[in-house]
Design a protein. Structure first.
Length: 341
């Protein structure tokens, strides 16, 4: 509530005049650098009480400690809580929900140690929304409440023109909620085929680093260069490592491993898997005499060891959700089926 004065709208934080009614009780949250809730406290009539503290490992919530003791959380492959046990492993609660997170139903103890449910995100019971860090998500609508955005201005951020689902800036996981997790509602890796760079962004859109990168492809590889668009990632929290010669400094992949994209259809019309971002060939030249990031690949984006190391350090707390390719290869326009007879 506000009033109009000589200098425009005048906002008031006084609950006796601003129209808001409080209960005298408020909740405060302490978060870590990734925005995950670590501790919750409640302020009631000027007295602060501790509610609980969460325990994380490898970016996943697996236990909560409160006044009743230690509770372990058993999640499904998406990170959604399904079972809660006490310290001895005795089941306290079981939960079920629909693919987009709606219809949450829990049986057993009515007491829940924390508010983390769908894919491990904090759920607000009053609004029915989940906080994904960059945006709020509505389980009932299966949509984010605000559109996706990119650090670099573009007409349709992170869209892949041959995938209509990617054109929806409010959509969740390209309408395939069981295929993976949108960790924070925002993408984190952008490859520019014109400047030959790859840029890593945090979930808040902050640029964390730019590294040399190329998508030079061997002539015998049918996939050719990657088409402009956004590619959801298969490896989100750690790289896929290659043992043996491929994992050496001059190997095809390099010691830092590869961050693979999910299976997609390439410009050749064929499905491809195992394509992603990696380093390797640090000093070993290809047939064209190129080494390091410029060395040809089987369709992947090649960067240097420093770039892979930065990605690996970042995804431990801010998982990589997708890689956007731009200024690299324009999608073929649809065939004109009209005849000029």
């Amino acid at each position: 509530m506000f009033s109009i004065g000589l200098r425009g709208p005048q906002w008031s934080c006084d609950p006796t005049t601003n129209g808001f009614e409080g209960s005298g009780q408020e909740s405060d949250y302490i978060t870590n650098q990734s925005g995950e809730v670590v501790t919750k406290t409640t302020m009631d009539e000027g007295v602060m009480t501790w509610d609980y503290t969460n325990v994380y490992a490898d970016g996943q919530l697996f236990a909560t400690y409160d006044a009743q003791g230690l509770h372990f959380q058993l999640n499904d492959w998406l990170g959604t809580r399904r079972v809660t046990t006490d310290y001895a492993g005795v089941v306290e609660e079981t939960c079920a929900s629909l693919p987009y997170g709606s219809g949450l139903s829990c049986s057993g103890s009515e007491y829940a140690p924390n508010e983390q449910h769908f894919t491990g995100k904090t759920h607000d019971a009053e609004s029915g929304l989940d906080y994904f860090g960059a945006r709020y998500y509505s389980e009932n609508d299966a949509r984010f409440l605000s559109p996706d955005w990119s650090a670099k201005v573009e007409p349709v951020p992170y869209a892949k023109m041959d995938d209509p689902q990617s054109l929806n800036l409010y959509g969740y996981m390209l309408d395939s909620p069981l295929d993976g997790v949108d960790q924070d509602g925002h993408s984190t890796l952008v490859f520019d085929g014109k400047t030959h760079t790859i840029t890593l962004y945090s979930k808040s859109g902050t640029k964390l680093g730019t590294y040399p990168a190329y998508n030079n492809v061997d002539s015998h590889a049918s996939i050719g260069k990657l088409v402009n668009g956004t590619y959801p990632m298969l490896d989100t929290t750690s790289p896929h490592l290659h043992p043996g010669p491929e994992g050496k400094e001059n190997g095809a992949i390099g010691p830092g491993g590869i961050y693979r994209m999910k299976r997609f259809k390439g410009a050749d019309g064929k499905p491809h898997s195992g394509v992603g971002v990696h380093a390797g060939r640090a000093t070993k030249p290809d047939l064209a005499g190129r080494s390091g990031p410029a060395h040809a690949t089987e369709g992947c984006i090649r960067t240097n060891d420093a770039g892979i190391a930065k990605i690996t350090a970042t995804v431990k707390t801010d998982p990589l959700t997708s890689t956007t390719v731009e200024n690299n290869r324009t999608p073929k326009p649809p065939r004109n089926l009209t005849s000029n007879r």
